[in-house]
Ligand binder design. Structure first.
Ligand code: HEC
Length: 141
């Protein structure tokens, strides 16, 4: 009984792990997909800043790694829409996030990269983010 319960739990964990890795590979295509992506970026950004404040290097690296894959998705999204500029800003954001993930316990280096990463958020939002009655949207031409 105990063993089968353990196996059930292990099987469930595997299903969750596979589902998560598949969903993180999913490519954002629609505006709604991108909205979800940015909400995830916002969440990871908040968690990253929290971890930096607590000098939690492992937590910081984990959130930064999430950012890397989110911005790679963002890069592909903009490439598919023939927007080379927004794709390049996404790629820059992924590079800075990767720098944070690899900074290890060097909080000074991590903080410098966090600042640079924040710059990419502002640059892109200034040009491509808009707002309507329901919230944030992609700015139309
Ligand atoms: C390449 C362009 C680009 C970059 C880089 C970028 N964003 Fe965005 N972001 C957008 C656009 C466009 C929207 C509006 C689309 C939407 O939300 O539907 C947006 C929306 C958002 C939203 C609102 C989501 C919602 O609907 O509630 C948050 C939060 C956000 N971004 C956080 C960030 C943070 C934090 C960074 C940097 C770490 C960042 N973004 C970098 C383009 C970008």
């Amino acid at each position: 009984m105990r063993v089968s319960r353990f196996l059930t739990a292990a099987g469930l964990a595997l299903v969750i792990a596979v589902t998560m890795s598949v969903s993180s590979l999913a490519q954002s295509k629609t505006d709604a997909d991108f909205d979800k992506l940015m909400k995830a970026v916002g969440a990871a950004n908040g968690a990253m800043r929290g971890a930096a404040k607590e000098q939690n290097a492992a937590g910081l690296a984990a959130e930064a790694a999430k950012m890397v894959s989110l911005f790679k998705d963002s890069e592909a999204f903009w490439k598919a829409r023939n927007n080379a500029e927004a794709a390049a800003w996404s790629a820059a954001a992924a590079t800075h996030a990767d720098g944070i993930a690899k900074a290890g316990a060097d909080m000074g280096a991590a903080m410098g990269r966090i600042k640079e990463l924040g710059g990419t958020c502002q640059t892109c939002h200034a040009k491509y983010r808009d707002k309507d009655a329901n919230g944030f949207i992609i700015k139309k031409g």
